[in-house]
Design a protein around this ligand. Structure first.
Ligand code: MG
Length: 254
């Protein structure tokens, strides 16, 4: 099923998307769905980011092709970093180019959304903790990533964690094609079969460090082909089995 979050009449709520119709849900979608009899057409509502994470854990260098492209050795263990929850935006929203950066890159990725509290989860149990999957853009100020010892600033600006357009819950994540388009032009093409660390291995690794909570996002890394975006650009991350995440780059107003 497809789970959306949207704004209607000034409030945000979750819903179940079927074709072009959304059925509203009471509360959060992670347990049993509490469906209402309220229905909306998709065009009647404004889609938002489909989850409200307490944190985003992202993987660095998790595709063989991307490691080769950067000329970097494969990591000996999963390389993780955090993005703040305040960076989250949904499909159709604007990525704001910060005035501190002159090189902002797209990184198309598969996002994993957590279903239930996860602490020290075994690899063989890990997929039981997954609610579903979405497209993700790990927007990165590449120049600041290269100058700062820590990646907090380069990865953490508001609007630098685009996710959507919804969460697809019925999906095998092992062999998903993923593409990134800039102004309609193909820039990245990868497949999750090229992941260095699998999704169960990632969940096992992270949950031995920190508790994962419902709605938390794991960004699983980007394939080769990363590159810059500029104000005026439209960027899309397409995972055909999920949908298309589309965002617009705008200049910082200050
Ligand atoms: Mg990334």
């Amino acid at each position: 099923m497809k789970i959306v979050r949207y704004a209607v009449d000034g409030t945000a709520e979750y819903g179940l998307l079927k074709d072009k119709t959304i059925q509203a849900i009471v509360g959060k979608p992670y347990g049993e769905l509490n469906l209402t009899d309220r229905h909306y057409q998709r065009h009647q509502v404004r889609l938002m980011a489909p989850c409200e994470p307490t944190k985003i854990i992202a993987m660095g260098l998790n595709y063989h092709t991307h490691a080769r492209e950067l000329g970097m050795p494969l990591p000996n263990s999963p390389l993780t970093f955090l993005k703040p929850s305040t960076a989250v935006i949904g499909s159709g929203e604007n990525i704001v180019y910060p005035s501190a950066s002159h090189r902002v890159d797209y990184e198309g990725e598969l996002a994993v959304i957590i279903k239930k509290p996860a602490w020290r989860v075994r690899v063989e149990d890990a997929l039981d903790y997954v609610f579903g999957y979405a497209c993700f853009n790990d927007v990165t100020a590449r120049d600041l990533q290269n100058t700062d010892a820590q990646w907090t600033r380069a990865k953490g600006f508001d609007t630098f964690a685009a996710i959507g357009p919804w969460i697809e819950t019925d999906l095998n994540p092992d062999n998903l094609s993923l593409e990134t388009y800039l102004n309609g032009k193909l820039k990245q093409r990868g497949n999750t079969s090229d992941l260095i660390y699998s999704i169960p291995e990632i969940i096992n690794f992270i949950s031995n460090v920190m508790s994962l909570l419902p709605g938390d996002i794991i960004a699983t890394g980007t394939p080769s082909g990363v590159g810059p975006m500029y104000p005026g650009d439209t960027v899309e991350v397409r995972i055909p089995a999920v949908g298309t995440l589309r965002n617009f780059v705008i200049a910082n107003g200050d």
